[in-house]
Design a protein around this ligand. Structure first.
Ligand code: ADP
Ligand code: ADP
Length: 239
């Protein structure tokens, strides 16, 4: 089933530059969709439309719609609250960017934004998210320790746990392994495939092999446009 669809999406940065040109694309439920294409083609720009990240910078402008299914809600419509959209559509960046806080507080952050105050509920959500991100065993004895005292690979899985804690409907990953060594990369790739059993994932990658390894669908972009969208196995067998 369909989880989301972008319809006739145009996006303009504050300087007037049009970075997306009439993009329409489905996102399938509990699949991994990879966004690929040359540097500067608009992958990251498209990813940031799903969670209203662009609203953090004044002057950026959307046209068209980003529909979340099955509700049919337009995430870039006037009724959608960008702060809540960012919790519902979680995001992880290229460089691990934990908050300068404890491991526990990093994962609890989204729940606190949502107004959750009950300590037992937060404890449970933190443990669940850390387990889903396959890092619980490594951190359970040092939840009060600083997130900065972790390896890069651990920090990235912590950032995935932070994004998962509010139970997002979609998880966005913007080149999540480019700053990691091969072992940490393999762990994150395995984790992404495991997570897609119960959460929809959209991943930007410049690594074709990675897209072929871990995605079900691939979108190929070029100069702000969607050139091709298909099952990954079909995209990568085309001559
Ligand atoms: P990709 O992720 O595919 O490398 P981006 O989405 O980062 O590409 O960028 C798409 C285009 O938008 C590029 O031409 C880039 O220079 C431009 N761009 C990115 N950020 C901004 C910005 N803040 N203001 C203006 N143009 C931008
Ligand atoms: P970085 O070193 O990762 O580029 P920046 O502080 O420049 O760090 O920006 C943080 C992120 O926010 C970057 O990934 C960048 O693409 C994005 N960004 C910067 N300016 C804008 C903008 N005007 N609109 C949307 N995203 C932006």
């Amino acid at each position: 089933p369909l989880r989301a669809r972008v319809e006739n999406l145009n996006f303009y940065y504050a300087d007037g530059f049009q970075a997306l040109r009439n993009v329409s694309m489905p996102i399938l439920d509990r699949q991994v969709t990879a966004l690929i294409g040359p540097s500067g083609c608009g992958k990251s720009t498209l990813l940031r439309c799903y969670n209203r990240m662009h609203d953090l910078y004044p002057g950026n402008r959307y046209e068209g719609s980003v529909i979340l299914e099955p509700e049919g809600e337009n995430l870039i419509g006037p009724d959608a609250d960008p702060v809540l959209v960012r919790l519902r559509i979680g995001m992880v960046f290229q460089k691990p960017n934990p908050f300068p806080k404890s491991i526990y507080e990093n994962v609890a952050a989204g729940l606190r934004v949502r107004g959750v105050r009950n300590r037992a509920l937060i404890d449970e959500a933190v443990e669940t998210a850390l387990r889903r991100a396959a890092i619980w065993d490594e951190v359970k004895d040092r939840l009060d320790g600083s997130a900065y005292d972790m390896s890069g690979g651990q920090q990235q899985r912590l950032c995935i746990a932070r994004a998962l804690a509010p139970n997002p409907e979609i998880l966005l990953l913007d080149e999540p392994t480019s700053a990691l060594d091969p072992i940490a990369t393999a762990k994150v790739e395995d984790l992404v495939q495991e997570l897609s059993k119960d959460v929809t994932v959209v991943i930007v990658t410049h690594n074709m092999q990675q897209a072929a390894r871990i995605s079900n669908r691939t979108a190929f972009m070029h100069i702000g446009q969607l050139m091709e969208f298909d099952e990954t196995s079909k995209i990568f067998t085309n001559p």
